[in-house]
Design a protein around this ligand. Sequence first.
Ligand code: SF4
Length: 240
Amino acid sequence: MSRENAAPKVDWARVFKRILFLDNHSRARTDIYVTDLTGCARKAYYNILFCANPPPTTHMIVGRLCHLGFQALLASYKDEFKELRNVLAEVDMQVPLNDVWTLKGRVDLLVEVDDEVHLIELKFSRSAAKNPDLKDMYVVQLNTYLGMFMQIQKPSVPVHGWLVIFDTGNTKLRIEALRVEYNEAMYRETVNKALDIARAVEEQEPPKPEPKADWECKYCPWRALCREQSDRTITDYTQQ
Ligand code: SF4
């Protein structure tokens, strides 16, 4: 057999699809993701009702590679930053909301720092530094991971949250690290929001629209459906 006709040793397309999870994006009908809870409740309702779990976008894949890259980089700097004891990337967490529904999330980095645990969310954004709505959403997301972590681990060690924003809106990259301490009231509010959305899905009754800002509707895949449900214009974008 000539070399040209020999079967390829590796199907590289399959390898990369597999390692980038392009072929694995199932979502159970009773899962609520933490990211569903940071924005409009009606958008979350449609995501869950239609079991929406679109294949990862290029942006999400690059984000995933960054998380894994930072894990490797931080581990390689252990001699310089001796306080970093263990670094894990993309740590999955889940807690039951009730007998039926499950809250699921994935924190970007979990780092053991001396006798503490730090949960770190990495955000790459052109606008987060100037957009308080976006920052608020990130804080709710990270606070939910902190609450879930404490619920799962019941740790005796202190746990802290860090929101690290890479501001890519300038030619010079700026990095801002915000400490986010756990806020029990905010966590309870988020869990209650999840339960309200679960109830709405069970009753198939869309919750009130509550986009954080026009841009949330601009990028919402359910805009057309939402407009049909609404007896009034929500934002300029729902008209389009
Ligand atoms: S279009 Fe806007 S208000 Fe309607 S579901 Fe989407 S984000 Fe919410």
